[in-house]
Every structure is written in structure tokens, then in C-alpha cells.
Design a binder for this molecule. Structure first.
Ligand code: ZN
Length: 340
């Protein structure tokens, strides 16, 4: 079978690997149909000195497929069912896992495609508990964006920032995979959305997606404009994932008592916080990583109701590396998906 493997930093090869054995009693075998790319794939591709992993490594952290075979004890799924898979190899036994909060697993073996072999291969076996059925009517290329992109946003906005209908939210990098999803999800519940983008073409697309205000962060100071738009009050929620370049501006864009939720630091990992500002303004700053099993089901349910991911590019498997380069250079608006 085919497997896309990272053999060295910035070097991915399409390799032949033996297919997996029949699934064990509690496992299912999945035929992969679509893999969606994320920034974690870009980091993995560039190479990270401190990450515990070894080459060759099958890439792909987020995917959808069909059940190809089921283990003896699996009754919840049958051959042919469309499914998505959790993006990390969690233990299934700790308290967090038993409660479906696998992103807090105490004994996680690693992120798929980053620490351990990922999804960019024809077939793989997984414990059935890490596999989530896709509801009818959801296309494979859309479902492939559920386990990481959509679920991360669902977890950030609703579990962590507790975004309510009618509130205002600043979404950074509105053209990114998670940025586009955040705009859609916040608009779907009637929020006012302000977003930042890096060029005018993306500004147009962000408006078309429903953003009420779009700021080109390269030509304007976003924190000033947010205060102007909100009549000096600031927004209820900031959706952060840019990091060093925007973090302090994001705090200045918050309303007193506002919530900042962050899941990334693509521009750098370090920021300095004014503690007086933190407590006087009564900010809540929440770190968010990954998602719960419930968030994946919630994301798929939204897709079934018509809230589908923005797909920038759909390309064959062999284009995976070109997709990473496009993601890295910020030329995409929405998700890049490779199909089998
Ligand atoms: Zn666990």
C-alpha cells in the first residue's frame, strides 16, 4: 500500500509499505480517503529539534476514510461506514480519556503524523474508540477537516471562551483553516466578527464568508481599529493563534472582563504581559489544544447542517508537500485537502 513518509526535514516521499494485518478485537481498519493539512504538519515537515520522533514517519494528522474491516468485539461500526479519526494516540484508560477529554490524556503516545505514524496511507488499524462516525450527507473532503480544524475551533470558542450569541469576537488570521472556521461558527450564532488578514484578496473573501469588519494587519494597527469599531469598549472574545506579533495587541483589543483563547503561536512563542493590565481589566486568558471527542461529533453535526469548511485546494496525495509550502507561505484561504 502507499504511504507518504517524511524521511528527512522538508523531504516527503511516497513509499510502498506492507498493508496492516486484520484488525485486533477492539480495532477497526480504515481506508483513508482524504487528509487535511494543518500548521502542525508544517512544523513537523520543517523539523523540530526537541520533538521525540524518528524517521521515516508517515505524515498526516487529520483525515477521513471508510471502515474497511472491523475487529471481533466492534459492534458500533460496519464495513463501508464513513469515519474520522482522533488526531492523537491517547491511552483510553486515564480519567481524561474515559471522560472523552482525550486532549488532556495523561499518557498520550503522540500526535498522529507528528510523533507517531499518521494518516497519509491507504490503510491503517486503530482502536475503535478513536474512530468517530460521519453523519449522512457530509462529504469526505469536508469530514477530513473535522478532527483538528473544526474541533479545535469548536473547543476554543464554545468550551473555553464560552462565546454567546450576540457577542463580539476578534478572529486573527481569518484566512487560515481555523480562522475561516471561527468566522463561520461565530456568525452562525449571531456574533459580530472582526477579523484580520494579510492581503486585500483575503479581505474580500473574509467579507464574503460573513465577517462584519476586516482589517489588513499589514497596513493598519488592528488593536486601534478594534477599539474604534467597538466604540472604545473592546471585544468580548479574542481568538488568538498568531502569538508574539499580536498577543499584546489582542489584550488591548479586549473588553474589560473579556476572554482571550489561544491555540497557537505561529509568529513566535514568547510574549510579555502587563500583570496590572491583566487583573485590573479582569481578562481571562485560556490556552486550548486539540479537542474532545464530543467536539468532533459537534463539528460533524454542524457540517451535516450545512456549515461546511472553506476548502482552498483539493489535490492528489502526491501534492502533499506542495500543499505544506502553500500553507507555510500563507497563500491559502481555508483548508488544503489531499485525496486518495
Ligand atoms: Zn489517556
Amino acid at each position: 500500500m502507499r504511504a507518504l513518509t517524511l524521511v528527512a526535514d522538508r523531504k516527503i516521499e511516497l513509499a510502498e509499505r506492507p498493508p496492516p494485518p486484520p484488525p485486533a478485537a477492539s480495532e477497526v481498519q480504515i481506508r483513508i480517503r482524504a487528509v487535511a493539512l494543518n500548521h502542525i504538519d508544517v512544523w513537523g515537515w520543517r523539523g523540530m529539534a526537541f520533538a521525540k520522533r524518528s524517521y521515516p514517519l508517515v505524515v498526516g494528522a487529520e483525515a477521513a476514510g471508510e471502515i474497511a474491516a472491523v475487529g471481533r468485539d466492534v459492534t458500533s461500526m460496519k464495513v463501508g461506514d464513513p469515519v474520522v479519526m482522533y488526531g492523537a494516540m491517547t491511552c483510553g484508560e486515564c480519567r481524561a480519556c474515559r471522560e472523552g477529554r482525550d486532549n488532556l490524556c495523561e499518557d498520550v503516545k503522540g500526535i498522529m503524523g507528528f510523533h507517531v505514524d499518521g494518516f497519509a496511507r491507504d490503510l491503517l488499524n486503530l482502536p475503535a474508540r478513536l474512530v468517530i462516525p460521519v453523519p449522512p450527507g457530509v462529504e469526505m473532503r469536508h469530514a477530513a477537516c473535522a478532527p483538528i480544524a473544526f474541533s479545535t475551533v469548536q473547543h476554543m470558542l464554545f468550551d473555553n471562551a464560552r462565546l454567546e450569541p450576540g457577542e463580539s469576537v476578534l478572529v486573527h488570521a481569518g484566512g487560515s483553516g481555523i480562522g475561516t472556521a471561527a468566522i463561520q461558527m461565530a456568525k452562525a450564532i449571531g456574533c459580530t466578527v472582526i477579523t484580520t488578514v494579510g492581503d486585500d484578496a483575503k479581505a474580500e473573501k473574509a467579507r464574503a464568508l460573513g465577517a462584519d469588519y476586516v482589517i489588513n494587519y499589514k497596513s493598519e494597527r488592528f488593536e486601534h481599529l478594534v477599539r474604534k469599531i467597538t466604540k472604545k469598549k473592546g471585544v468580548d472574545v479574542v481568538f488568538e493563534h498568531v502569538g508574539a506579533d499580536t498577543f499584546n495587541g489582542s489584550l488591548l483589543a479586549l473588553k474589560r472582563g473579556g476572554r482571550l483563547v489561544t491555540c497557537g503561536s505561529t509568529s513566535g512563542p514568547t510574549a510579555t504581559i502587563n500583570l496590572m493590565q491583566l487583573f485590573q481589566q479582569q481578562y481571562r486568558i485560556v490556552g486550548s489544544f486539540g479537542a474532545s471527542m464530543r467536539n468532533i461529533r459537534e463539528s460533524l453535526a454542524k457540517m451535516a447542517q450545512g456549515l461546511t469548511p472553506v476548502i482552498d485546494t483539493e489535490a492528489p496525495l502526491a501534492e502533499f508537500e506542495r500543499g505544506l509550502a502553500k500553507l507555510e507561505s500563507r497563500q491559502a484561504f481555508g483548508k488544503i485537502v489531499v485525496t486518495f
